[in-house]
Design a protein. Structure first.
Length: 447
């Protein structure tokens, strides 16, 4: 059989910037300034993905029942090494949303239990919490703040929230927070938040959707209660692939996958015999290994993605260190270039901690005397115009009653791309000022 890493192994080295761009499938003229939403993977991994898909189609039963579990173990070992976690604590799910749902829907809630979440929570996670408060005794409390705030302010707000819940005679059971917020794209003091959770006997649930591949992570040191991170965003693995980390001490709480499948073990009665081959793996690992019939090929591409990344160079740096340094450096320089073009500023706090990632959030020079709903319409108009007329997409968001653009730095981008983005945004914002977003020329926004 062919080597699934053959195409990747044939690559010598990859310089960050224009050289790296040759390894991706972007058409001429397209600038992918929003890597953060869906990610993308190098062309060399296409053959790896097809390799596993072809193997499955050639001998479906052999592959799904016997070959896939072994290859999945190899991928689990590779990601466990990268994040410094015991391999028995790592399994795969399709995406971070599935991982967060799996955690939250497995926990058992009693009257008086409260989950704490933060004002910049990812939308689908917020809706999951809302659903659970409708269907279980769980209550939810939001930590209030607006960026750019200091880390100290965020931590203080969290502690105050814990105190208010306890004073009300209720139990703060769990806290859900990001490592890097999605919108706006800023780094969170998740290490200190995890420590506070441990101090107050609160389950720490880390929505680390944007973590792996963007910033270093050491789970043995951090020791959260639950952690889930997409690999198809910043680690260059094909969609969809995310790692779910659950330390052994908490694995008994994760009794079911979503959907429930053959690995579930009921507390009472006799479980039906699984149609899959017998295994000596833990109930936790066995549970997540097979979750219905889906294409699990992306999970198996993780070693190839890491092999590709090991060839990336930036100055004297190579591999993960090169990618992370280049991304953060480019986000800093690129964000400043766009802010200069727009005559505004990049979101940052006094401590200088928000920009410790591969995102840059730049305020748009638009002041709107209107309701939030109209600001959302303006943001949507800008996004659509950039897609239709500029062959790009940039994440436009409303935060703190202002319009911002979130820009992603990646190995295939250069400062030139951010200079271009600044010009494009300036032109579109001028059109907003003329009222084009309304379609009738009236109700002009101010620049």
């Amino acid at each position: 059989m062919s080597d699934p890493l053959a195409t990747v192994n044939a690559v010598d080295k990859i310089e960050c910037g224009k050289d790296a761009a040759k390894h991706f499938s972007f058409p001429e003229g397209y600038r992918n300034l929003n890597h953060g939403s869906f990610g993308t993977f190098p062309k060399e991994l296409t053959s790896t993905l097809r390799h596993y898909q072809d193997e499955c189609e050639a001998r479906p039963d052999w592959f799904i029942r016997y070959k896939y579990p072994r290859s999945n173990d190899s991928s689990r070992a590779a990601i466990a090494k990268l994040i410094n976690a015991p391999v028995e604590t790592c399994v795969f799910v399709p995406n971070a949303t599935t991982g967060v749902n799996t955690i939250l829907r497995n926990l058992v809630y009693q009257p008086g239990d409260v989950i704490i979440y933060f004002a910049t929570i990812y939308g689908s996670c917020h809706k999951t919490i809302q659903y659970l408060t409708e269907t279980t005794p769980l209550e939810a409390v939001q930590v209030e703040y607006t960026y750019p705030c200091s880390d100290a302010t965020l931590l203080s707000a969290f502690q105050n929230t814990i105190h208010k819940i306890q004073t009300a005679g209720k139990r703060p059971l769990a806290a859900l927070f990001d490592t890097i917020v999605s919108l706006p794209g800023v780094r969170v003091p998740f290490e200190a938040l995890t420590t506070l959770c441990r101090k107050h006997s609160i389950f720490s649930i880390l929505d680390a959707a944007h973590c792996i591949g963007q910033i270093p992570i050491d789970l043995s040191t951090l020791d959260p209660d639950f952690f889930v991170s997409n690999c198809h965003k910043w680690l260059h693995v094909p969609r969809g692939c995310a790692v779910l980390y659950v330390p052994v001490r908490n694995q008994h709480l994760m009794r079911s996958t979503l959907p429930t499948s053959h690995g579930f073990v009921p507390r009472e009665g006799t479980a039906l015999v699984s149609p899959l081959p017998p295994t000596s793996k833990s109930e936790f690992v066995n549970n997540f290994e097979f979750v219905g019939t889906v294409d699990n090929s992306p999970y198996l591409c993780l070693p190839a993605a890491l092999a590709w990344r090991s060839k990336v160079v930036y100055g004297d740096l190579r591999g993960e260190e090169a990618i992370m340094r280049y991304g953060e450096d480019l986000a800093l320089r690129g964000g400043d270039l766009v802010a200069a073009a727009l005559g505004t500023e990049v979101m940052q706090n006094a401590e200088g901690t928000l920009r410790g990632c591969h995102f840059a959030n730049v305020r748009l020079p638009v002041r709107v005397q209107s309701e939030a709903a109209e600001m959302v319409k303006i943001a949507q108009w800008i996004s659509q115009t950039l897609v239709d007329e500029y062959d790009t997409f940039m994440a436009i968001l409303v935060h703190g009653s202002k319009l911002w653009v979130r820009l992603s730095a990646q190995v295939y981008l250069t400062e030139e791309d951010f200079v271009w983005a600044g010009r494009a945004l300036r032109e579109v914002c001028e059109r907003v000022g003329k009222g084009e977003w309304r379609g009738d020329g009236h109700g002009k926004a101010k620049l």
